[in-house]
Design a protein around this ligand. Structure first.
Ligand SMILES: [Zn+2]
Length: 386
């Protein structure tokens, strides 16, 4: 589990020069690899590039240079992955002037409340004042955002797994509600109306600005002014969205902890974006659907709490009747089985079936009547579970 502490630092010429040097190093890597491929028809290996860069001499720690090369080769690797499915994919080619600088643990020292980041022999190090730390961080990364530099201090911590209780909670991430959970007895719906209203508002704002920008000449003074205003407004809305997502997931994890859950099962929706070919409007909804962001948040928060997360295929879970295993696509918000007359909230059905799948009860009748789902509405103090 990675933990990050961030320190803000005002802009200085020295930090600028480091970021610029890192940018030079990154650009060189990009052009070297791409030109070799264009002329000779093969891709250089990471080792070759590193050997070459070592002789050029950059005003950075040797490990920081390596980190630049690493990030380009990571991007190149994902291009090779994508290329197999998408012949139109292009290799990474961004050549920024400034680039993030990373110090690996060999370039980091800690002494008397000061974190010393080495920039190689004969160059001044960066000294950051930080609070007491137990272990040396894994790496420190410096990046630039809105007129300031930020140092992200990243450390790895081992969180002990919770004692096994055998209690699993299945999570269905629907389009309407971000989280619907089921633990074998209780179904909880974490209401997504608030998140949806933020997303709708964001779309509206975006469209309004776009309309205005389309009416004036591109790259004119007014156009830039509108662009700046648009970014500012959207940033604010996005921050609100992020905050709401954090509150919902924190609340969900704390509910899990209270119920002594040791495993969270998440419906694996890989490929939903490719499969989702509905009307234009519905498509937009699915693309913006906060699924992966919420899943990510659940994953790392569960890890922090020592709860295990597993992914299970979600195939047919929203269509199958939990009582008689009859398959039928739900048409409205309620699931009604045409075979046995079972009635339940549509999103709840997905969570129940997912839970049955991992608990090994699938296609066995649900014993007794299911309690109506509990609703958790969004409010600003949601994460404090009462
Ligand atoms: Zn049925």
């Amino acid at each position: 589990m990675y933990t990050t502490t961030t320190i803000k630092h005002h802009r200085t010429e020295f930090l600028d020069s480091l970021a610029c040097e890192s940018g030079r190093c990154y650009s060189k890597t990009v052009s070297l690899v791409r030109k070799t491929h264009a002329k000779k028809g093969f891709w250089l290996s990471k080792n070759d590039v590193q050997k070459y860069l070592r002789h050029r001499g950059y005003a950075l720690h040797s490990q920081s240079i390596q980190a630049c090369v690493d990030s380009y080769f990571n991007a190149l690797d994902s291009y090779f992955q994508v290329r197999r499915f998408n012949p139109d994919a292009k290799p990474p080619k961004r050549t920024p002037k400034h680039f993030k600088v990373r110090w690996k643990s060999t370039a980091i020292r800690y002494k008397n409340g000061k974190l010393i980041l080495s920039n190689g022999r004969g160059r001044a190090p960066i000294v950051l004042e930080i609070e007491e730390i137990e272990t040396k961080p894994r790496y420190v990364e410096m990046y630039f955002r809105r007129g300031c530099y930020y140092f992200a201090i990243v450390d790895k911590k081992d969180v002990p797994r919770k004692k096994e209780t055998g209690i699993a909670v299945a999570v269905d991430m629907g389009e309407i509600h971000p989280i619907v959970s089921h633990d074998g007895a209780k179904t909880i719906i974490y209401n997504g109306r608030f998140i949806r209203s933020i997303i709708q508002y964001r779309n509206k704002v975006n469209a309004r600005f776009q309309e205005k920008m389309d009416r004036c000449e591109k790259r004119s003074k007014r156009w830039y002014k509108l662009l700046k205003a648009k970014r500012k407004t959207l940033d604010k809305i996005n921050a609100q969205l992020k905050d709401a997502e954090h509150k919902i997931t924190t609340r969900f994890i704390s509910d899990c902890e209270k119920a002594k859950t040791d495993t969270i099962v998440i419906g694996d929706l890989k490929g939903i974006r490719d499969r989702a070919k509905f009307s234009k409007k519905s498509n937009q909804k699915i693309h913006q659907w906060a699924f992966s962001r919420i899943a990510q948040k659940i994953c790392y928060k569960a890890e922090m709490a020592g709860i295990c997360v597993i992914f299970e295929s979600e195939a047919y879970t929203s269509q199958t009747c939990p009582k008689c295993a009859n398959r039928k696509k739900p048409t409205n918000r309620n699931y009604t089985c045409t075979h046995c007359g079972f009635k339940y909230h549509r999103d709840g059905v997905g969570a129940i079936n997912l839970w049955s799948k991992v608990s090994g009860y699938l296609f066995y009748p649900v014993v007794g009547e299911l309690a109506a789902p509990l609703g958790v509405k969004f409010h600003w103090h949601l994460s404090r579970s009462g």
